[in-house]
Design a protein around this ligand. Structure first.
Ligand code: FO1
Length: 324
């Protein structure tokens, strides 16, 4: 197919597994060189003295072709000898860290302790793994998602992994977000892009923290490039994780239209699943163009095809200068 903009520069905002899959699809559909992925870091935490960045690692391993295909996070075929030994010391091992994965956390922590920024370390690790896309944390300052539940305020991984996201979410807080700034490399990536894609990630705790960085949402509202989201909710459900439960307990509609409401102040277009075609008119009524596609990504080819469709849709929304 002939495209007007075969080499669009794309900046993608992503959280964990769903975000990683679409980012991988974009790299497969076009090329990593034309892609910057800005990743949520509000899930980051310290374990065994190591700085863990679950979403960054999920995107990094996925783009490098190393991700565990069953879980979507962690490394395929990893062993757990280190964690077993830690367990032998009578320590709680609720968060599964594989041996190869440990290497990433050790080196990240070492570099951060020697004064490198999270952006520096992320770029170094991704390059070393041969990733051609630019992988960027949403910010360099620490941010921690805290989840308000009937049992009190929980740290994110405590809520998500240890307690298996079983608690009702009554609110979320992004501790530290007020002191964050948009990193220069993220700012440059946005400036250089002609398409922005919001990956199908949890809109509350994955893209939510990215959009909460002071000044970022205002910046998106002023952009002239198309900003297209792929809905993480299909047929009223999240494919993975607690986005559906969270939307419900926070009083949002659990549908692609509910997600469109959350993004409507800056969104140009939305890709929704064929199962949700009936929602198209409600979303277009919000001033958001809609493209209907099969959005479930089971294989690498599904990722590539969805990414290609999303980019062609976004490119159709680029306002040509003579029409502006
Ligand atoms: N998710 C789990 O549900 N259980 C785990 O034991 C777990 C370990 C883990 C280790 C490294 C990593 O990079 C991610 C890991 N995740 C695990 C996923 C992760 O914590 C969540 O999916 C995200 O924070 C939400 O996007």
């Amino acid at each position: 197919m002939q495209r007007d903009e075969p080499n669009s520069r794309v900046v993608a905002l992503a959280g964990g597994v769903g975000g990683a899959k679409l980012a991988h699809g974009i790299a497969l559909a076009r090329s990593g060189e034309h892609l910057s992925v800005v990743v949520n870091t509000a899930d980051d935490f310290t374990l065994f003295g190591l700085h863990i960045s679950p979403d960054l690692d999920t995107v990094m391993y996925t783009l490098a072709g190393l991700a565990n295909p069953e879980t979507g996070w962690g490394i395929a075929g990893d062993s757990f000898v280190t964690l077993d030994m830690i367990k032998g010391y009578d320590r709680d091992t609720w968060f599964w860290l594989g041996d190869k994965d440990f290497a990433t956390h050790i080196l990240r922590t070492e570099r951060l302790r020697s004064g490198a920024t999270l952006t520096d370390v992320t770029v170094e690790l991704a390059e070393a793994l041969g990733i051609t896309a630019q992988l960027l944390p949403m910010c360099d300052e620490p941010v921690a998602t805290l989840v308000e539940t009937p049992d009190g305020l929980l740290e994110f991984q405590d809520y998500f992994v240890r307690r298996q996201h079983a608690d009702d979410v009554l609110g979320v807080q992004f501790e530290g977000i007020g002191a964050t700034t948009i990193p220069e490399r993220v700012s440059d990536a946005v400036d250089d892009a002609n398409i922005m894609v919001l990956c199908p990630s949890n809109p509350i705790v994955s893209t939510g923290p990215i959009l909460a960085i002071p000044g970022l949402r205002d910046r998106l509202r002023q952009l002239t490039m198309p900003i297209v989201a792929v809905s993480p909710i299909i047929g009223g459900q999240a494919l993975k994780g607690p986005a559906d439960q969270m939307l419900a307990t926070l009083g949002h509609e659990v549908s692609a239209a509910g997600v469109a409401e959350l993004y409507k102040d800056f969104l140009t277009g939305m890709v929704i699943d064929s199962q949700d075609a009936h929602l198209a008119e409600r979303i277009t009524d919000l001033g958001i163009a809609v493209h209907v596609a099969d959005t479930i990504m089971r294989t690498d080819d599904d990722r590539r095809v969805l990414a290609e469709e999303t980019l062609i849709f976004a490119e159709s929304l680029i306002v040509k200068p003579e029409l502006a």
